[in-house]
Design a protein around this ligand. Structure first.
Ligand SMILES: Nc1ncnc2c1ncn2[C@@H]1O[C@H](COP(=O)(O)OP(=O)(O)OP(=O)(O)O)[C@@H](O)[C@H]1O
Ligand SMILES: [Mg+2]
Length: 378
């Protein structure tokens, strides 16, 4: 449990990206006494509301990155699409303990799949294509259904197209002709989706949170149940895969790996070098949250050993669910309502989340039902 040269309060933590993940990181950092500065183009963004200072600028504005680096003792980020030139600059200044490499791998699906393959983990069969003609050729060799995804910049199912049958080929080919690199992946008929979230220190200690089970609606995470209802065999495979990848990429901080479970098999889907939506439940259900252990890791403090306090269900609050969340806040005291301070409750926009904790599934189901029913009464 080495703590080389810990960054202690009231030192300054810089965060690139001012959304909800940055906000929850900042809340953790603030209660420990750190100073927080956020870089985000939107004034008064969710993170700025709970930080000491905001630099209002584009994420890849090198002048702003230099200012952030100068003003911070340690820098982190809330998303994987950080400009690599910016990341390398901060790393060279000795202020990016997470390093630029984890970003390089996770912001490009091709590199990500190659790393997974190198460590021998099972992943959906895939091919990489760069234009419509290559896509057409690859589709002839692909087992259907399949999915084509942009290698860069996709999230919440954006930048991908499912290919059910040959009638979808023209759309896929047109999609691949839009420029850039694409991945065509075999579709896995999974029993469930899970995520393994862990934090790793600069000295290689790893603390893994209880595995979460995730349910998506319209490609957006709707609900997380933790701990996931999976067999011991699956649990071990998922934990071993996470440990293997953590060491291969030399992860520092909180990291998430999304996986598909099919019978007793586990396929790795994708990775995120940051706290993850499916880990929000840790705020109430564990002795330490994914955000707090992240701050501890990047500040070179020893990680808190994770203990699950209760079981949990976390439900995302999208723009269209705002009334339901406000109703729960006002009428269901057992609901832990988190709202992110976003200005406009647009449809499908993540506005917040609600967590329920309990001793067992029955108790949690009752709370969830009360929450869902309240909406119908509104
Ligand atoms: N090969 C596949 N087989 C089965 N389902 C898939 C496959 N690829 C993607 N999906 C489904 O689509 C969802 C979104 O895909 P993926 O995680 O690759 O993209 P994303 O846009 O980066 O998502 P997010 O930002 O929500 O994590 C997955 O969680 C899963 O439900
Ligand atoms: Mg995903």
């Amino acid at each position: 449990m080495q703590t080389n040269n810990p960054t202690l309060p009231d030192k300054t933590i810089g965060i690139i990206g001012g959304g909800q993940l940055g906000r929850m990181m900042s809340i953790s950092a603030k209660y420990m006494g750190y100073n927080v500065i956020v870089l985000d183009p939107t004034p008064n963004c969710p993170t700025a509301q709970v930080a000491d200072e905001q630099i209002v600028a584009a994420y890849d504005d090198m002048g702003a990155i230099k200012e952030l680096t100068e003003k911070s003792d340690v820098v982190t980020y809330e998303f994987e699409n950080v400009d690599l030139t910016a990341a390398s600059y901060i790393e060279k200044a000795g202020k990016l303990p997470q390093g630029a490499y984890a970003l390089e791998v996770t912001q490009n699906r091709e590199k990500e799949k190659n790393v997974m393959q190198e460590v021998g983990l099972p992943i959906p069969a895939f091919s990489i294509v760069k234009n419509g003609a290559e896509c057409e050729a690859a589709l002839k060799e692909t087992k259907l259904p399949a999915v084509i995804k942009t290698c860069r910049g996709g999230y919440d199912g954006k930048g991908q197209l499912k290919i059910e049958s040959t009638t979808d080929f023209p759309d896929a080919i047109e999609f691949a002709d839009e420029g850039g690199t694409f991945i065509i992946e075999e579709w896995i008929t999974f029993d469930k989706e899970i995520s393994v979230i862990f934090s790793r220190s600069t000295t290689g200690e790893i603390e893994i949170f209880p595995i979460a089970e995730n349910d998506h609606k319209d490609h957006i995470l709707y609900e997380t149940i933790a701990p996931a209802r999976i067999s011991e065999v699956v649990r071990k495979k998922a934990m071993d895969a996470a440990t293997l990848l953590a060491e291969k990429i030399n992860i520092v901080g909180t990291f998430a790996i999304e996986m598909f479970v099919q019978g007793q098999d586990v396929y790795i889907n994708e990775m995120a070098p940051r706290p993850h939506n499916s880990g929000h439940y840790t705020i109430e259900a564990c002795n330490v949250s994914q955000f707090t252990n992240h701050i501890r890791a990047i500040c070179q403090l020893p990680l808190t050993k994770i203990k699950k306090l209760q079981d949990a269900i976390m439900i995302n609050v999208l723009g269209e669910d705002m009334d339901k969340a406000l109703h729960a806040l006002a009428h269901i005291p057992e609901s832990f309502v988190h709202l992110y301070g976003k200005a406009e409750p647009k449809e499908k926009r993540k506005m917040g989340h609600v967590t329920f904790i309990g001793d067992n599934e029955t108790e949690l189901e009752a709370l969830k039902q009360a929450y869902e029913e309240e909406r119908q009464n509104d």
